[in-house]
Every structure is written in structure tokens, then in C-alpha cells.
Design a protein around this ligand. Sequence first.
Ligand code: BGP
Length: 467
Amino acid sequence: MTTFLWGGATAANQVEGAYLKDGRGLSNIDLLPHGKDRLAIAQGHLVYDKAEADAFYPSHEAVDFYHHYKEDIALMAEAGLNAYRFSIAWSRIFPTGLETSPNEAGLQFYERVIDELLKNGIEPIVTICHFDVPKGLMDACGSWRSREMINHYEKYSVTLFERFKGKVKYWISFNEINMILHKPFTGAGIAIGPDEKRQEIIYQAAHYEMVASALVTKRLREIDPAAQLGAMLAAGDYYPYSANPEDVRLAQENNQKNFFFLDVQGRGAYPLWALRMFEREGLSLDMTASDLATLAAYPCDFISFSYYASRTSKADTRNIELNTGNAAGGVVNPYLDQSEWGWMIDPLGLRIVMNTIWDRYQKPLLLVENGLGAKDKVTTDGHIQDDYRIAYLEAHLKEMDIAMREDGIPLLGFMMWSFIDLVSSSTGEMSKRYGLVYVDRDDTGKGSQKRLKKASFNWFKEYIATK
Ligand code: BGP
């Protein structure tokens, strides 16, 4: 029997800082400002301002995991974690993406991290691409708009597989691949002009990403047959707001669009509704017979997913509160509470989505993100009593447990988001905190970077120990 993986998750750009250190190049995500224009730029509606790359963004320094990794891994070990999901910054390995040989200093940093984890009995789970693309590739070929990206991504992935062979057993090709539908700049480094065919650009980029993912699955099997590669989805079922067939149909369509990525990556073929939609909407996509053969031959080994919230679909939204907090849209579900940022809190939705994914694909699941963003308060004696986070985790873990024990769903592990406070992806700021560990750092870049254990740290440690 394999050991259940209990871990925490992070992403390079949200924890590491040191964004230009040791030869690291700029990436799309370094150019994403916090504040008022962030959403429009993330959605690809506003083109990023190159000059802005010199401004202060919290992510440029983040919580400086780059220099604190030993201390942070020691805290993981203290919490009893046996897994840690993190991402590699593409532009640390290939600063512009175009180099023919990798940046050794970048590889060495991740080697130190991986060795430190293994020394502490912690399994590294590596995301190859967590919302980052070297800026050099955006400039050279328009990022995932171009087929050339498949080769760049393959070169990058193979470099990682060869270097970390035998040390990393779980690889994830693209974080929340479906976010490209909602935030193409964040997800894939693509800004889309108002006169361009948005859907065509997005589905084309998604196609290239999925072919790249299948191709590197093939390469991983050749290089390190014991390792596995997973697809990764921002999951959460769309519920119909009512039994009105219009709402049911809309929810069905939204679910089809969301699971589209797992259909292709898990089953190895495009769903029929999508092919019909491309035709109907006049999307002309560069999709070769050899691409389709690659997708069919190399489906993902496991399915990883994040789960924060379910979504709710209503056809007629007049006089109905929209769920603006959620990137995936929809309306507010009157049966659920919301986080401070308008994310629906739905623990039972975790059991529901685990069943949905298992029923559709029958592949092992790995829950790689679940947690609560909140504004934590530190008392004068350095205590953080985050009972709301404990309540959130407890309720979700209970449903996860039922899905495993009663429904029999094979889940490889649970990675909470996040082990440590980090920069939020949607706000670009520190004040939306997720960690079991607090970091003294604010939105303006002030703070000592000191680490403090929150009440949730001790609770989680205790929870794991009893399981
Ligand atoms: C997911 C991302 C993470 C992370 C998390 C929380 O979408 O994969 O990178 O940030 O959501 O979101 P946020 O930071 O916006 O609250």
C-alpha cells in the first residue's frame, strides 16, 4: 500500500522572491501588477506595460523562500508533512526560454530544495509550469499562441526530468490548465487585443499545451519510467441554480467546458461537443493528425486538482447576485457561506467533485490545493488564532475522508494551500493569507520575513498524526 501524501503546496512566483537572482529571467507573472489593473491584465484584456517590470510588486520578493528554504522545510518536517508540492520557475532554468543549455545556478537551487526535502523524508511533487512563461518566449513567438512552444516546453521538461530523475516521482505539467479560459495572461502569457478572435487564440494555446503535456509524458516514460505525470484542473462542479432545465443545461455546458481539459488529457481525445463547437463558431485551429495521435497515445497518469469552491449556473441572471469573486464566474449560491473574497465555501462540494472526476476518468486523484485565504491578526505575543482556517480545513477533510472511505475513491494525497503565507495569485498581495505558517511581510514590502506558526499549524500537525 502506498503511503498517503500529506503536504502543503506553493508556486515559485508566489513564494521564492529573488526574481532576478542567479540569472533568472523575467516571466509573464513578474509583469502582472497588483492593484486595479491586475484582473484586466490577467484576463488578457489589457496589454502589460513593459516599463512596469521595474516597479515594486510583492511577488518580486515574496516570502524569500529562495533564501529561507531550509528553515521552511524544517517547519514542514516539524508539522509531520511527507510531501511538498512546489513549482519550478521556467525562467530560472532557461532565462529567456530560447537558450540551448540551461542555467546551472537555477538547476542547483532546485536540487538543493529537492535534496533537503528528501533528507527530511518529504516527497517532492513538482509543477513544471505554474502560471509562468519566460518573457523571452512571449517576445519571440507570442508564447502559447505558437506551436514553437511545444519544443521549448519539451526542452525545459526534459532538462528537469534528466536532472531530477530518481528523486521526483510526481510531476504536474500545467497548474490549473483550465484557467487559460478565464485568465490567458496569467495562465499562458497571452494578451488578446479587442479585435482578435479570443476563443480561437485560447483554444489554440490550450491545444498546444495539451500536446506538449502528452509529449513530455512520453519523454518522462523514457527517461524515468518509475515517475508519473499528472494533469491539473481548477476543479469544482457547476450546480444548476434551480431545476429549471435552462439552468440545468447551462450548468451542463459549463461543466463540459471545465472538464474539457481532463477529457483530452485523461481520455486522450477531444470531446465531440468541442469539435462541433469549433466548427459552429468558426474557430480554425492548427491541430494535426500527429498531435491527435500523441494525445491518444500518452494520456496523463493521474489527475491532480485544486478545490476551493463549487460554482452555480443560472440562465437568467436578472436580479440575481453574480459571484464576482470567482474567476470561473456564475451566481451566488444562496445555500453557502462565502470567504471575504467572495469564494463559496462548500465542503460537500469536495466529495461531489471527487466523485465526478473519478466517474469520468477512473484514474488516481491527487488533491493539490485546498485552503482558505483570510486576513490574519498577530497578537502582541506573536500568536495567530486562525480558527476560521481550522474550521475550513476540518470540514473539507471530513468530506474527503468520506469520499475515500465510503465512495472508495483512490486519492493519493492532500496538499493544503498553502503551507506558508505567500503572495496571492488573484490579488498579487500578501494580505490574503493561506499559510499554516505566518510570514511577517506586508503588501508594501515591509516586514522582517520572520516565520510564526499559526494555531492551524498545530491543529494540522495533530490531525495528520492521528490519521
Ligand atoms: C489557485 C492557484 C494558486 C493560488 C490559489 C489561491 O488558483 O493555483 O496559485 O494562488 O488559487 O488563489 P488566490 O491566491 O488568488 O487567493
